[in-house]
Design a protein. Structure first.
Length: 164
């Protein structure tokens, strides 16, 4: 009985070694960072950020102007006008805070929206490389804790597939 178990184990040993050769890893972050689409995405995000900064600067200027005017005239104003101007200043503060929060959310959504097709393109390339090279698995290098130096690195194959 022991001989049969040993024989079966020896028969499956080569299959285990063969399967190890069919697993590769890919650094998808490295691939994405080298894609022209990613650079275009970064440029688009930068333009949007600059527009938001300009809007915030305009709001800050308006706030500063009204606050300084209030400080200069504050003691000479009648109570109802004073209260109304203080409320205007508070409204400006609230509007700026709301705009800042909404713009950050908008930037995050834009980032995700622009990144999604890039990630899909990389995923498609990884799948094509896997099929072409008969890999059983291609895992992302970011999730690996240890990689044997003899392991197959598919990163360059994916880059080549994407013409990078």
């Amino acid at each position: 009985m022991l001989k049969k178990i040993l024989l079966v184990a020896l028969l499956f040993l080569p299959f285990g070694a063969f399967a190890q050769d069919k697993i590769a890893y890919c650094n998808s972050s490295e691939v994405i960072l080298n894609m022209p689409e990613y650079k275009q995405m970064q440029d688009s995000l930068k333009i949007t950020q600059e527009a938001i900064k300009a809007d915030i600067a305009t709001m800050e200027e308006e706030y500063s102007r009204k606050y300084e005017a209030f400080m200069k005239e504050g003691e000479n104003l009648i109570e109802t006008i004073k209260i109304r101007r203080m409320q205007e200043i508070r409204d400006l503060e609230q509007r700026a805070a709301t705009y800042n929060e909404q713009s950050q959310q908008m930037l995050q959504q834009l980032y995700e929206q622009l990144l999604l097709p890039i990630q899909q393109k990389v995923k498609d390339a990884i799948q094509a490389v896997g099929a072409e090279n008969n890999f059983l698995y291609i895992v992302d290098a970011a999730t690996l804790l240890y990689v044997n130096p003899s392991a197959s690195n598919a990163t360059d194959l994916v880059k080549k597939k994407l013409d990078l």
